[in-house]
Write a protein that binds this ligand. Structure first.
Ligand code: HEC
Length: 159
């Protein structure tokens, strides 16, 4: 009797721990879905027109130091290719936007309208070969925080 009870209760413990393990796995999946639901720069987060406006702004406000081809000069760093992904990889578009608005142009920071800074960010994304899409970069900080800058095309853009 005693032995049988022990076996039964061991069975219950086993069942309970299995259920726990299952629900933990379920939780893990939900978490993963949440992460992949957030967007990345591969999801078409700016428009062609926005990047075009951004280019005009860039030429006026940034090209004197960072060069027309974005490759920089002696002191201002390149804003494309390795130097871009090295510094900005795994950050968000919001962080890029804030950094540029706060520090650039270095001789007169925060001197452009927010819209211009967003357009310039769109142009920088286009110059780094991230694809355009149907909607412009959102004015909402929260929306920009959802967009990760990543070299990995598949990340964040899984169906
Ligand atoms: C007067 C020269 C000058 C102008 C104009 C200028 N920058 Fe810069 N920029 C610099 C210098 C110098 C640095 C590097 C030192 C620093 O971070 O302050 C820099 C750094 C940066 C960085 C950080 C790069 C990195 O990889 O860390 C970004 C992004 C940037 N600039 C974007 C812009 C944009 C966009 C504009 C136009 C709105 C602009 N800059 C205008 C001189 C300039």
């Amino acid at each position: 009797m005693q032995a049988r009870l022990a076996i039964v209760s061991a069975g219950i413990v086993w069942l309970a721990s299995t259920a726990l393990a299952l629900s933990v796995t379920g939780l893990g999946r939900a978490q993963e879905a949440k992460t992949t639901a957030s967007r990345s720069v591969w999801d078409g987060v700016y428009t062609e027109d926005q990047a075009k406006r951004g280019r005009t702004r860039y030429i006026q406000a940034c090209a004197s130091c960072h060069a027309e081809d974005l490759r920089g000069n002696g002191t201002a760093p390149s804003l494309i290719e390795e130097s871009f992904s090295f510094v900005w990889g795994e950050m968000t578009v919001w962080e890029l936007f804030v950094q540029i608005r706060t520090l650039m142009p270095s001789d007169r920071p925060n001197s452009l309208p927010s819209q211009s800074y967003r357009d310039i960010v769109a142009f920088i994304l286009q110059s780094n070969k991230f694809p355009p899409g149907p909607t412009e970069l959102d004015a909402e900080p929260e929306a920009l925080r959802q967009i990760r800058i990543t070299a990995e095309r598949r990340e964040g853009s899984r169906p």
